[in-house]
Design a protein around this ligand. Structure first.
Ligand SMILES: [Zn+2]
Length: 382
């Protein structure tokens, strides 16, 4: 969603946030309590400036509004009976999006002053390129599950090689009018380059063709699809975070990319933002340094589509063109770490007391209307 400002809480939301008392545990989604406001009139739990559930729900509501616009656009513009590659009827896709995220269950657990919020239940459509809510949720799950694994490779590698660094490499291809052709060209070329790397690394022959990519120990990559800012032509491109023994040679990269693509040479390469300007090697024992690296990494692979910058018509075209295609991947040292997840929910708290709250979609916003408290020794709500 491009990280824009949060929309103000709707009136429905404000009504919902006036509920405050913590009621006795009852099965959720069956009995919904609307408790009265606390006697002092203020409950920090429900303050939109501090309450993480309220903040999240506001963000999700903005995402959901866009998803519903997308569903309406498809229903109005795509002929009935049309199917995506893979045979999915577009009407069922519309229904899935419309039913996505109607009811969300959160768990808030506070320990030592810090509150951790998890989205513990909800029904999601999983249309990550059509629905920003699912895209946000998938990224959250990726952050929790995959990022630590990637960092578990990066830290030891940086510590073990004297000049090792983490670089951001962005090969781009010439923009064009056909997204289908430009996307296929990008993915084919990137595959060919990776194949060159594997051949050179595994070849024992002194005559094997050198590639600068052979100095990359491992990488993760993500394809982003957008139109160019000037020409407005399609400009799919790829960001790769690569681990290398020393900074890569940009001229070599560009000449290799030109040889492979025949029409494009632009490859940007630079130290990952948090390493830019560092005079010495990153201190992998420094938690702040590693957190900053992790932050950069997740920014690079964030979203294949920036919904805020894309029209509904373009968004649908992207879905048609890339349906069933993998837009993220890993190789080398990161091989085997899955970059995709279908999971949209977090794992539930099992060993900490938590407060459960439910957000229900009411027209054009969410209403938070339930506050329940559970202790770990109580039975699970359902
Ligand atoms: Zn969805």
């Amino acid at each position: 969603m491009g990280g824009g400002p949060e929309p103000p809480a709707s009136s429905a939301m404000r009504t919902g946030t006036e509920t405050g008392q913590i009621a006795a545990a009852t099965p959720l989604l069956i009995h919904v309590h609307k408790a009265s406001a606390p006697s002092d009139g203020h409950n920090p739990l429900l303050d939109p400036t501090t309450d993480t559930v309220v903040k999240r729900v506001n963000r999700y509501a903005k995402a959901r509004r866009r998803a519903l616009q997308m569903a309406s656009w498809i229903a109005d513009n795509v002929p009935a009976g049309s199917r995506l590659a893979g045979g999915r009827d577009v009407r069922s896709i519309v229904q899935d999006i419309e039913g996505c995220g109607n009811l969300l269950e959160f768990q808030d657990a506070t320990a030592e002053g810090d509150t951790e919020t998890r989205l513990s239940a909800g029904k999601f459509c999983g249309k990550f390129r059509l629905d920003p809510l699912c895209a946000i949720r998938r990224q959250a799950r990726w952050l929790r599950e995959t990022l630590p694994k990637l960092m578990g490779v990066i830290g030891p590698y940086l510590a073990s090689e004297p000049y090792a660094t983490v670089q951001l490499m962005t090969p781009t291809i010439k923009s064009g009018r056909s997204l289908h052709r430009r996307f296929a060209h990008l993915t084919r070329s990137w595959r060919a380059w990776q194949l060159d790397r594997r051949r050179f690394i595994s070849s024992k022959s002194p005559r094997a063709q050198y590639t600068e990519l052979s100095r990359v120990a491992g990488g993760v990559f993500a394809i982003e699809i957008k139109r160019g800012s000037g020409s407005k032509q399609w400009h799919p491109h790829l960001h790769a975070v690569v681990l290398c023994e020393a900074p890569l040679d940009q001229e070599r990269l560009q000449s290799e990319w030109r040889r492979i693509t025949r029409d494009s040479f632009m490859v940007d390469v630079r130290d990952l933002y948090s390493l830019g300007g560092l005079r010495s090697m990153p201190d992998t024992a420094d938690e702040a340094v590693m957190m900053s690296l992790a932050d950069d990494l997740q920014e690079v692979v964030k979203y294949a589509v920036k919904f805020g910058d894309m029209t509904l018509r373009d968004n649908w075209l992207v879905e048609r063109v890339v349906f069933g295609r993998r837009l993220r991947g890993s190789f080398g040292n990161f091989h085997g770490i899955p970059m995709d997840t279908d999971q949209c929910c977090d794992d539930v708290f099992e060993d900490r007391p938590y407060i459960t709250r439910v957000a229900e979609w009411v027209g054009d916003s969410y209403e938070l209307s339930t506050v329940e408290q559970f202790q770990p020794d109580e039975a699970a709500p359902f």
